[in-house]
Design a protein around this ligand. Structure first.
Ligand SMILES: Nc1nc2c(ncn2[C@@H]2O[C@H](COP(=O)(O)OP(=O)(O)OP(=O)(O)O)[C@@H](O)[C@H]2O)c(=O)[nH]1
Ligand SMILES: [Mg+2]
Length: 304
């Protein structure tokens, strides 16, 4: 299946709900009434596109209707164009150092998809002919190390792990040594889930990063905050708080396939000024895509 097809399938819940609403609104009356515009606004907000993006689309639809009339009105095309315009060519991907190992740390609250994303990213770079190493720095949760090891076996990616309850910073340190020895292109650090409100756990994360930087100056080169799409705008708080403890270089938004609120990808990118680098559209290794604003807009506002 092509990337775009997969994106469309992943966004199905959000897309089908939006398409249904938009079609209902434009066919409800031969005129576009202010009631119709209110309903359009409600549908866009329900999909979590955010107030600013919603207002922009509604204004563009109103303008088009007033200047070209009902016959020339294409709400889907307008919405696609406005989303694209507002994200102006935003496209995600991983940083790659010209030489040496590129270290990527995956951070976030519990259960957002960090471990799965670390594995998917290893798979992605392997599919590009680059080598990867995974580090099991979640030494806290029972079975977390086993979970990553299983992924490693499945994807044929080596995994560096310490003993249960080991200091995550020491595992991170050892994994950098291993990546350097193996001359890996990428090292993906799977960290334990933690609430941004837990001061001691955020301190621990800072320590993990500090130790990495000591072992390999500049590491981690990417710090990606993994967010669950279904958390909606609470993701903003998570991003702001994590960013205070460990400077983020980008976001990964997972589980888009499980929500009808996929518009949050757009809202969050606009609000935070941090790039959405990848989106997760399923549980399989292939279900992670670099974010592409244009394709995202096309898949989201598809008429089908
Ligand atoms: N449908 C769907 N499920 C996902 C996606 N990404 C992750 N998951 C699932 O979400 C669940 C949690 O994923 P993990 O990768 O274990 O999450 P985590 O952030 O490592 O969790 P903790 O380590 O406990 O904080 C698993 O069942 C994954 O298969 C996605 O894009 N789509
Ligand atoms: Mg995990």
């Amino acid at each position: 299946m092509g990337l775009f097809q997969k994106l469309k399938e992943g966004l199905f819940k959000t897309q089908s709900k939006l398409a249904h609403e938009i079609k209902r609104i434009v066919t409800a009356s031969p005129k576009l009434t202010s009631g119709g515009l209110d309903e359009l606004e409600a549908a866009l907000i329900a999909a979590d596109l955010g107030l600013a993006m919603t207002a922009q689309i509604v204004a563009a639809v109103k303008h088009s209707y007033e200047t070209q009339g009902r016959a020339g009105l294409d709400v889907f095309a307008i919405a696609r164009a406005e989303v694209e315009r507002s994200l102006a060519g935003a496209a995600g991907d991983l940083r790659r150092l010209p030489d040496g190992v590129t270290v990527v740390s995956l951070v976030g609250v519990n259960g957002t998809g960090k471990t799965t994303t670390a594995a998917k990213l290893a798979h992605l770079v392997q599919s590009r002919g680059q080598t990867a190493l995974l580090a099991a720095c979640d030494t806290f949760r029972a079975a977390a190390v086993e979970q990553l090891k299983l992924w490693g076996e499945r994807l044929k990616v080596p995994v560096v792990a310490g003993a249960r309850g080991a200091d995550p910073a020491s595992v991170a340190h050892d994994s950098i040594a291993a990546a350097l020895a193996r001359k890996s292109d990428y090292l993906f650090i799977d960290t334990a889930g933690r609430l941004h409100t837990k001061h001691n756990l955020m301190k621990e994360l800072q320590k993990v990063h500090r130790v990495m930087d000591k072992k390999l100056p500049g590491a981690p080169h990417e710090t990606l905050l993994v967010l669950d799409a279904s958390t909606g705008m609470n993701a903003l708080t998570q991003a702001r708080e994590f960013n205070k403890s460990v400077p983020l270089t980008g976001l990964v938004i997972t589980k888009l396939d499980g929500t009808s609120k996929g518009g949050m990808v757009i809202a969050i990118q606009r609000e935070l000024g941090l790039p959405v680098k990848f989106i997760g559209v399923g549980e399989k290794p292939d279900d992670l895509q670099p974010f592409d604003a244009k394709q995202f807009a096309q898949a989201l506002f598809d008429e089908r």
